[in-house]
Design a protein around this ligand. Sequence first.
Ligand SMILES: Cc1cc2nc3c(=O)[nH]c(=O)nc-3n(C[C@H](O)[C@H](O)[C@H](O)COP(=O)(O)OP(=O)(O)OC[C@H]3O[C@@H](n4cnc5c(N)ncnc54)[C@H](O)[C@@H]3O)c2cc1C
Length: 359
Amino acid sequence: MSLDLRHDVPLAPLTTLGLGGPATHLVDAADAAGLREALDWSRSRDLPVLLLGGGSNLVLPDAGYRGLVLRTRVPGLAFEARAGRVVVRAGAGVPWDEVVRASVERGLAGIECLSGIPGWCGAAPVQNIGAYGQELAETLVAVTAYDRDGGEVVRLPSAACGFGYRNSRFKSADRDRFVILSLSLALAPDARPRPRYPELADAVAREADLAALSPGEALRLVRERVLALRRAKSMVIDPDDPDTRSAGSFFLNPVLGARAFDGLVERLADHGISAPVPSYPAPGGVKVPAAWLVERAGFHRGQRHGGVGISSAHALALVNRHGTTAELLELAVSIQDAVERISGLRLEIEPTIVESPPA
Ligand SMILES: Cc1cc2nc3c(=O)[nH]c(=O)nc-3n(C[C@H](O)[C@H](O)[C@H](O)COP(=O)(O)OP(=O)(O)OC[C@H]3O[C@@H](n4cnc5c(N)ncnc54)[C@H](O)[C@@H]3O)c2cc1C
């Protein structure tokens, strides 16, 4: 048995929130063989399995996890020119921002706006990470994954991943079925970035005229500006910034069709909120910023709820200030209730809320 099993492992330090009790067992798998061995070990003991990456998009129970926590730490980052594109292959255990940094350094466009997103590559397709007008699905070619149903390694092309806004089959219909081992992306060499997101486009324009820069310089500038914007909102992990003890945005931005949006405007007006309701075009209608709704519902940045609270830099990030998961979830529900009262919308929680399996 070559499994490097550890027992009674504190999980809080393995997450960006710093919350959650210990795991009864934890193992790191560096390849498909190690993964299969770990899954066989848990199956033979009838133990549930929790897939963990960098721990930046999940909330773990205070009671810990009674089962096997499995981290897929497949290494490797490679670049290969093919048919006018460069295919980037990254192992599940590679930090996502390392892929962005190395790609921008090589002058490859397509993921520069996704700079600074924490976590590992294996989880990036799970919620189709996105930021500043770009999302993973735009450049992802395929993932390789271990199919726990079929007991084999499969290649899933992008079209088979069921990508949507912060969603995929890995987060919905086939949650926990596939363990992602690696992903491949197709990036554009020597392409000048064209930031679409107004806040980013303005920040870039204040620094330079992108058209006057070489494509490589332009890419580097976009990455730099994205990182600066993110840092200002405490959205880049920084041990010296207590507002980064979060899981990023805690709620998804609601996407509404035209009629639902009109209904929202009316309902808000009934509650005395007649300011123009912000909205941005999105597939299927318009996106309404959840942070705006949270603030209209009476919550404010920096607000405390026992040992947790709302980030002082961003109304959508719930932060741990030496509290508990129970307090965090209590705060989340009180925000959902208050937003629902004024808007009729129930905000959807973005991170995975992990339940502790029964003893
Ligand atoms: C400060 C901050 C800022 C953030 N900003 C953004 C942002 O701008 N945009 C954005 O989209 N997200 C953002 N996030 C959320 C998060 O960084 C991403 O969702 C990231 O991809 C999660 O990666 P992870 O390795 O930490 O996954 P984890 O949190 O460890 O896991 C997330 C989910 O993926 C599953 N999973 C993990 N590894 C695998 C695997 N190998 N195979 C299958 N399933 C797996 C887990 O079971 C869990 O359900 C932010 C988070 C923080 C803390």
